[in-house]
Design a protein around this ligand. Structure first.
Ligand SMILES: *[C@@H]1O[C@H](CO)[C@@H](O)[C@H](O)[C@H]1NC(C)=O
Ligand SMILES: *[C@@H]1O[C@H](CO)[C@@H](O)[C@H](O)[C@H]1NC(C)=O
Ligand SMILES: *[C@@H]1O[C@H](CO)[C@@H](O)[C@H](O)[C@H]1NC(C)=O
Length: 501
């Protein structure tokens, strides 16, 4: 028995040793292949781990330093499990935008950022038809379903933030999240489910859970990730809880579709119907659809809640914008009512949110993994396997691109629209090398049209019905940073009261 244990131990140590040597050799050879790229921090095999540790909390500062020194070119930063190469400038961005999928993979990069296989499940990543669903049928139905969106925004605010004459301090992010979950799910699954407390909680918790688990898993070096991932996964529990809520509804709709097909009068116009437009036969199962609805919620809630929270902080910190925004919303609504078309006419609201997002972007986004060696048009070559990303905050804060970039100018994009005589170029949903909030090219956020309409409806509703300010003596709550990602202050309170004038 004693002998056996020690044999196993020796074998295990031998295996670990061999594996360690393999990992180390791998690190040496990758560092060697990237030796022509300047490093922020240390490029020593051991010392680079110290900088990888620094990246967890100070990544944004390292990227800022790199952008200053190497703008329009590349630099690299050590992460726990690999190197990250960061590029900037319109030309390199254009190279990324144009690169084919089999050259630069968006999916492989996302897989590592949010550890999709462990946090959501592998088959979703391998068969991502729900992305097409969000891009086309969902987007197409925003106008038709806008009445529901507006109704839920109104009902959610009435429940969560009753209009009182006295100032009330509420935590911005927590409040906004409730409204976003309800509104998004009014569109996805309708009443009454979108107001079910456990369903709402699940979708909010899942979002936070995925990010926290991914962050944890990403702190481990590559060879420990599969173990960490399996220990940290919660996909099955989440799916079970989701099935309790949406299971019967999906089952009913799948059954009706099988029996009567698409052209029936009482066919619901919801996310399940839209998924049915894209789902291959073998994925028309209750579990598959439930997981996709959860995943779409993941993509919708986190991002939109953070964006609205940042916009509310900016509004409270710059109260001079309330009157002009209010006037615009009032005029548009009087003339048109709450429709998707009227959202398109809220140019000041659009500009305000876009400016808020300009200043609240992560330090590094638009990640891609190279599947083959790639040469940028400036001649720089990177080897297959390299992770590339764009210095996004630094781009949005570049004074060669934006005048007084450190100043919040809520009507910056409105003015640019007026000057350019160009009506579509500087909207929230417009993509450009200067405006990276929604990414670039064919991998730009497929939900951006819904997100923008929902955000404008919510912010429009707020300025129309509430006065907003920061508590006395408080400045705009600062964002926090982790691994180059940004998040709005998640505890700060903002004061609301029923609109007085
Ligand atoms: C974002 O960019 C601006 C301008 O370069 C810089 O002042 C700010 O510190 C950056 N923020 C972070 C957290 O990198
Ligand atoms: C979806 O379909 C693919 C084949 O296209 C299959 O491999 C996968 O397991 C299916 N997922 C589910 C949950 O049924
Ligand atoms: C968030 O804002 C509050 C003030 O409302 C402050 O006390 C807290 O330190 C801030 N948190 C972060 C992470 O900045």
């Amino acid at each position: 028995m004693v002998l056996e244990t020690s044999t196993i131990l020796t074998a295990a140590l031998g295996f670990l040793g061999a594996y360690g040597a393999y990992v180390w050799l791998n690190a040496v050879s990758t560092a060697y292949k990237l030796r022509h790229i300047p490093t922020i921090g240390s490029s020593g095999i051991i010392t680079s781990y110290i900088d990888a540790y620094r990246y967890l909390s100070r990544g944004h500062e390292m990227i800022q330093e790199g952008y200053k020194k190497f703008h329009g070119n590349a630099f690299k930063i050590p992460l726990m499990s690999r190197w990250l190469v960061i590029v900037s400038g319109p030309q390199m961005l254009e190279d990324i935008r144009r690169a084919d999928n089999d050259l630069m993979s968006f999916d492989e990069a996302v897989k590592e950022t949010i550890q999709t296989d462990y946090t959501m499940g592998k088959h979703l990543r391998k068969h991502p038809f729900h992305i097409a669903t969000v891009r086309t049928p969902l987007t197409r139905n925003i106008a038709v379903r806008f009445g529901d969106i507006k109704d839920e925004v109104q009902a959610a605010f009435a429940d969560i933030l009753p209009q009182k004459d006295d100032w009330t301090a509420v935590p911005a992010l927590g409040t906004v999240m409730q409204v976003v979950v309800r509104t998004s799910n009014r569109l996805f699954v309708g009443l009454p489910l979108c107001r079910n407390p456990d369903y709402m909680a699940l979708n909010i918790e899942f979002t936070i859970d995925v990010m926290q688990r991914a962050t944890k898993i990403n702190k481990y070096p590559a060879f420990l990730k599969p173990i960490a991932g399996r220990l940290l996964t919660k996909v099955h529990e989440n799916l079970k809880r989701m099935l309790r809520h949406v299971g019967p509804m999906i089952e009913e709709q799948l059954e009706q579709e099988r029996l009567y097909g698409r052209d029936r009068e009482d066919r619901p116009n919801n996310l399940i119907s839209w998924l049915l437009e894209d789902a291959p036969e073998e994925n028309r199962t209750v579990e598959d659809f439930a997981m996709r609805i959860l995943t779409i919620n993941f993509a919708a809630i986190h991002t939109t809640s953070q964006a609205l929270t940042q916009a509310i902080y900016d509004l409270a910190a710059h109260p001079e914008y309330i009157a002009p925004l209010r006037e615009e919303v009032e005029n548009v609504i009087q003339a048109e009512g709450w429709t998707k078309l009227s959202m398109g006419k809220m140019r000041k609201v659009d500009s305000f949110i876009k400016e808020s997002q300009r200043m609240a972007i992560g330090a590094v986004q638009l990640s891609r993994k190279l599947l083959k060696d790639f040469t940028f048009s400036n001649g720089l070559t990177l080897p297959a396997g390299t992770h590339v990303a764009v210095a996004t905050n630094a781009t949005h804060m570049d004074e060669n691109i934006y005048e007084n970039p450190h100043e919040f100018n809520g009507f910056r994009f409105l003015n640019m629209r007026d000057e350019d005589g160009e009506n579509i170029k500087h909207q929230i949903v417009s993509l450009s090398p200067e405006s990276l909030t929604f990414g670039t090219g064919r991998h730009a956020c497929p939900g951006r049209f819904f997100a923008a309409n929902e955000l404008k409806c919510m912010l429009g509703f707020i300025v129309l019905n509430y006065d907003v300010k920061l508590p006395d003596g408080m400045t705009r709550p600062e964002s926090s940073w982790s691994q180059g990602r940004i998040a709005p202050n998640n505890t700060a309170k903002v004061l609301f009261r029923k609109r007085q004038d």
